[in-house]
Design a protein around this ligand. Sequence first.
Ligand SMILES: Cc1ncc(COP(=O)(O)O)c(C=O)c1O
Length: 405
Amino acid sequence: MTDLSLKIDSFLSKRVLDLEESQTFALEKRADEIDMQLKNEGDFVIRFGIGQPDFNTPSNIKYAAKKAIDENKTRYTASTGIKELKLAITEKFYKDNNIKYGIENIFVGNGAKQVLDVIIRTFVNSGDIVLIPKPYWVSYSQQVILSEGKPIGIEFNDNLKVDIENLKKLIKENTGKIKLLILNSPNNPTGAVYSKKELESIGEVCLKNNVFIISDEVYENFIYDGIKHHSIASFSKELKDLTLTVNAVSKTYAMTGWRIGYCAADSKIIKQMAKIQDQSASNPCTPAQWAALEALSGNQDSVEEMRSEYEKRRDYIYKRLSSIEGIKCNFPQGAFYAFPNISALFGNKLRNSFEFAEKLLEKTRVAVVPGVAFGDDNFIRISYAATINKIKEGMDRLEKFCKEL
Ligand SMILES: Cc1ncc(COP(=O)(O)O)c(C=O)c1O
């Protein structure tokens, strides 16, 4: 090893060194290793870890991408996306969410994750606070840290949703230092869906205290039992002005690898976000934008087909989890995750969610994500974006594992 490579850390930015290494990555890597060993035995790891649809991208969307490539729609585009797609996004917001935007209000980026990163970089100065309801999707806090901001978690109530009193207390304690609040309904990891009334109460607090809202609605199409999705920006002009509504084609159309996400906000904000995009990614992938246009404006049957399949899986997994002694699970109303509390099973053998997930993987070949990755060590996250047979086998193994603890 050279002297230079020994000293490499001292050359790297504090920003990047401060980022947490993903604990789940270590477990995913271990699951890959086990899968390699099991290949010869005809067995495999049952993977409930990853948060992506197990369906294929619908063929009309794939065809639109192929056509775009054949028509040489392969060059740079405007940094915030092609006009045709932005127009389709405004139509989607009007039709599905009852929010009226013009194309100057739309930003298209490389997946919702990159859009969120650009928003956070647009708002956050060093030391600024971003409020994030616990438990949270892991990238929110790490993106805030990358912008040298300070993520603060808001405690949850019995329904695993924002505790409004805690929100008010945090705002009072940090007057003038809070830039943003990140909402996510339907929620990853809990599957909770916020009602109109709950969102109105949060909106009222944000309006009173001038806190901008990021509303991450990437799971809006996966809601069950006839419950309705509400976009906080649709409630009033004031809330629309204060909100950045984020969405993507990734989950809705089984397009996670295409990397197209988008956001709607005041045109002044979009202009500043475009500056970042211009100097970093240039624009979202061109053929993928044409595919996203077909996704949003073409036949929507596949969305309902996937939704109803997820609902059946949700019903099954909830029933199975609820029958396991020591596991307590809130009823997930949306997304494709169950977030059971496993803390009653902790003891000398297993002391936290990471050890639980690690042992479960080693002993039974079932991969889940430890709750600590989402800011709470009493839970595990189980993605039910898997076939019902796999879910059944996984639940059998989990049940046996818990019984033997
Ligand atoms: C809550 C939430 N927001 C955003 C994303 C990112 O979506 P995309 O794949 O479009 O970047 C995810 C992905 O898992 C998510 O769970």
